[in-house]
Design a protein around this ligand. Structure first.
Ligand code: CA
Length: 234
């Protein structure tokens, strides 16, 4: 049972026999669950209501789930997205994470596993990698606020997904030091994560382009075979 805040979850699934037990399970766990069956409807719902987590089936009648995910992110949605697909290839996983999904599950999946993934995505400030309400400000003026889970450069906010934020927060609290890949995997993902470490590279890639696009003055440097370091851009 969830204590405290009720989180809303959107299920995007056209198949009745998958959607119904999934929704029942989520509701029993205390989530406030909504469901849509099509991609266009899902994008509209998410940009309007911003649920905490979206469980997104890739095989939808009207749109490819990859495009649905991309449109949610480009529309500014920052909540958690778990992709679900019957196409279980590694390529799908990478493409999915590349367009902004946080996690990926292959059908058929156990409901207990799905719940674990949802909980993992929702673990925000409580057991987030950076404890308390610590705020880190880098010498370039990038302000990473762990309490609010927001990143600012001066007045401007840099919009990050949950995982991008967590990675940046860990790197920033170890500024100029190399953070090993394993440390990042353990701190940002957790024991419920069964995916490949490719996820880390994809998340780092997205974080890097966002920092670059925002001219944040900070860059993520890859140390081959070891890990990553956040350093001020010279
Ligand atoms: Ca489907």
């Amino acid at each position: 049972m969830l204590v405290g805040m009720v989180h809303d979850v959107l299920v995007v699934e056209d198949e009745e026999d998958i959607a119904v037990p999934l929704m029942r399970t989520l509701e029993r766990e205390g989530y406030d669950v909504s469901r849509v069956s099509g991609g266009a409807e899902a994008v509209a719902f998410v940009l309007d209501d911003a649920p905490a987590v979206v469980i997104l089936d890739l095989g939808l009648p009207d749109m490819d789930g990859i495009d649905v995910c991309r449109q949610m992110r480009s529309g500014g949605y920052l909540g958690g997205i778990i992709m679900v697909t019957a196409r279980a290839g590694e390529l799908d996983r990478v493409v999915g994470l590349d367009v902004g999904a946080d996690d990926y599950l292959a059908k058929p999946f156990g409901l207990a596993e799905l719940l674990a993934r949802v909980r993992a995505l929702l673990r925000r400030s409580g057991s987030a990698p950076v404890q308390d309400d610590a705020t880190v400000t880098t010498s370039s003026g990038l302000k990473i606020d762990a309490g609010a889970r927001r990143v600012h450069l001066g007045e401007r906010e840099i919009a990050l997904t949950a995982k991008e934020f967590d990675v940046l927060a860990v790197l920033a609290s170890n500024h100029d030091k190399v953070v090993p890949r394993e440390t990042l995997m353990n701190e940002v993902w957790d024991q419920n994560w069964y995916g490949s470490t490719k996820t880390l590279d994809v998340t780092i890639g997205r974080l890097r382009s966002k920092l670059e696009a925002a001219e944040a003055g900070e860059k993520v440097v890859a140390i081959r075979g070891v890990g990553f370091r956040l350093e001020t851009d010279s």
